[in-house]
Design a protein around this ligand. Structure first.
Ligand code: AMP
Length: 252
């Protein structure tokens, strides 16, 4: 497994593998089974797999959330090495933002709803960094989790809007047996918090009305950011022990 830190280094390696099918999995580190499910799929479906680890500051509107993000580069590299990933792309801010974020990719509608409503600028940061990563890595296939369903739909729109030559592959949400969606941020919860957090999925996938689901979450101890149905999907973001958790389910 090769660790690549700069665009120039990637270009040298890319020139040797550009005729292979390249799968790409962008992450912010703090790897867990949710991430590894995407990586395994990429390894199955491509000849080369590249995983990026980049804690992208432009998508964090809360400084403390960024500073306390639970990721350890050495631990992540051990996991990736065991999986037989070919390349890890781990750039710094200066590598990704030579323009110091003067140029921004923005979407005007769906990005303003749900997570975009309470995290202003979040999706600008996501769309911009993913566009940059696609332009650098030039993958054939890129893998994204449905855990971040709004993000996935916005990236699907980005690919169409800018005629990007990459195929996006949505991957199912990986959950604990309790139903809790795996997330790097779960590491910030106490033992008791983990138990309570698993109620999110239990409640949102129950047969209750939207209003009842909201009240059940509040009674369980969550501070709701939003619980919203759009088309056939129910999206929720809620705080527990100061940690922001998101989940979504497809409604029947
Ligand atoms: P992140 O490191 O949080 O930016 O996530 C990197 C990728 O992993 C994104 O495409 C996420 O949607 C995906 N991901 C994170 N958690 C899960 C999960 N529990 N199940 C499936 N995909 C996930």
């Amino acid at each position: 497994m090769k660790i690549i830190k700069t665009v120039e280094q990637w270009k040298e390696n890319y020139s040797l593998i550009k005729n292979y099918k390249i799968g790409f999995v962008p992450t912010m580190g703090g790897l867990h089974e949710g991430h590894t499910s995407l990586i395994r799929k990429s390894i199955e479906e491509n000849q080369i797999t590249v995983v990026s680890i980049y804690l992208n500051p432009t998508q964090f509107n809360d400084k403390n959330d960024l500073l306390t993000y639970p990721a350890n580069f050495e631990d992540d590299c051990k996991i990736l090495d065991k999986l037989n990933v070919d390349f890890v792309f781990a750039p710094t801010y200066d590598v990704i933002y030579p323009d110091n974020y003067k140029y921004v990719i923005s979407e005007k509608e769906f990005s303003k709803l749900l997570c975009g409503a309470t995290r202003p600028g979040h999706f600008d940061g996501v769309l911009t960094v993913v566009m940059k990563l696609f332009n650098i890595i030039k993958p054939n296939n890129a893998y994204f989790g449905e855990k971040d369903y709004q993000q996935y739909k916005l990236l699907e729109g980005l690919v169409k809007a800018f005629f990007l030559d990459v195929k996006l592959i949505p991957c199912p949400i990986i959950r604990e047996d309790s139903g809790l969606a795996l997330s790097s941020r779960n590491r910030k919860l106490s033992k008791e918090g983990i138990k309570i957090a698993s109620k999110i999925h239990q409640i949102i996938s129950s047969d209750n009305s939207l209003e009842d689901k909201e009240n059940m979450l509040i009674n369980a101890g969550f501070t709701i950011d939003y619980i919203t149905q759009i088309e056939k999907r129910l999206y929720v973001a809620a705080f527990l022990e100061g940690v922001r958790l998101i989940d979504n389910v497809e409604l029947k």
